[in-house]
Design a protein around this ligand. Structure first.
Ligand code: NDP
Length: 325
């Protein structure tokens, strides 16, 4: 995981580089479809080069339009942009992987993705619905050997549809299952997981680093807090007094401190905002440094608190969050 000659990028285990700061694009469907294109354009203008999307978010068309507009007006080239897409759980069967990626490419109107990741280790019955259910509203899981899904991902890389492949929300055992797969052609370049001062993921990060896998942090600002996904009583990360004190000391905001914290510990970090002022603010994290004492104080905020438990998936054998990490 070496620092690249390109500024603010890390080199992944397949030799490709990833910008250490990315823009998240999840929002409730109506907001996502109304605001994504504008947010992408603003983000690229202020300097973001890494954009994190997903089939699940239902805004790939709008995100693609934003990216292509900034390529068309000469602000960036396609090669400047690092775009991540995600394979949704209804498409884990190996024969569905490439079709799903092609659908994403078509929505984005791009020729390739920089990174394609398995969104969740939980597999769902193939369906047009994102969350297929039976008549009693029970989620329809199915058992898919994720090693065969991974082999289909490897083929997408070989076909040039995607430059790098990785996973998301995998626990240690699930990562080991891929790493120890007989005939493994490509290791996952990353594991994208929830990570912030209340869930520092110390052990998972150590495991990933020791296997040359980059940890990508989502909900690094304390999550989108959508009531549909999480408990409204969950603590508000950016109101934390210790983060507030550190921010004041550096003349920064708690959000900038939370992002800078991840970058300094070798984690690639995502920040979602569809607000022009906050998008700009979130990119201003390369011109200050947290001290070792600041880093230690933030480490000390860990309480293994997860905003996104996806408890709907708890009944599935491959639900990742029953293990310690
Ligand atoms: P974040 O932790 O990035 O926080 C987003 C929230 O913080 C939004 O409500 C945003 O509102 C607000 N915010 C952004 N910047 C600031 C700021 N400077 N000061 C104060 N508030 C701010 O949320 P997410 O949970 O969305 O995670 C980020 C991204 O990670 C997602 O968008 C998605 O791309 C990815 N993700 C991946 C998952 C996976 O399973 N792999 C799961 C969850 C997320 P506003 O827009 O109004 O600024």
């Amino acid at each position: 995981m070496a620092l690249s000659r390109f500024q603010n990028r890390l080199t992944m285990n397949d030799g490709n580089t990833i910008p250490v700061l990315g823009l998240g694009t999840y929002a409730p469907k109506d907001v996502a479809q109304r605001e994504s294109e504008m947010a992408i354009k603003v983000a690229i203008e202020v300097g973001f080069r890494h954009i994190d999307g997903a089939f699940l978010y239902e805004n790939e068309k709008e995100v693609g339009r934003g990216i292509r507009a900034k390529i068309a007006d000469g602000t960036v080239t396609r090669e400047d942009i690092f775009y991540t897409g995600k394979l949704w759980s209804t498409h884990h069967r190996p024969e569905l992987v490439r079709t799903s990626l092609e659908e994403t490419l078509k929505s984005l109107q791009l020729d390739y993705l920089d990174l394609y990741i398995i969104h969740w280790p939980v597999s769902l019955k193939p369906s047009k619905d994102k969350l297929p259910m039976d008549e009693n509203h029970k989620i329809l899981f199915e058992s898919v050997d994720l090693r065969s899904t991974w082999e289909a991902m490897e083929k997408c890389k070989d076909a040039g549809l995607v430059k790098s492949i990785g996973v998301s929300n995998f626990n240690r055992k699930q990562l080991e299952m891929i790493l120890n797969k007989p005939g493994l052609k490509y290791k996952p370049v990353c594991n994208q997981v929830e990570c912030h001062p209340y869930l520092t993921q110390k052990k998972l990060l150590e495991f990933c680093k020791s296997n040359d896998i980059i940890l990508v942090a989502y909900s690094a600002l304390g999550s989108h807090r959508e009531p549909m996904w999480l408990d409204e009583k969950s603590p508000v990360l950016l109101d934390d007094p210790i983060l507030g004190d550190i921010a004041k000391k550096h003349n920064r905001t708690p959000a900038q401190v939370a992002l800078r914290y991840q970058i300094q510990r070798g984690v690639v970090v995502l920040a979602k905002s569809f607000n022009e002022k906050r998008i700009k603010e979130n990119f201003q994290v390369f011109d200050f440094q947290l001290t070792p004492e600041d880093m230690k104080a933030i480490d000390g905020l860990n309480k293994n608190f997860r905003y996104l438990t996806l408890s709907q998936f708890k009944d599935c054998a491959s639900y990742p969050f029953n293990d310690e990490y």
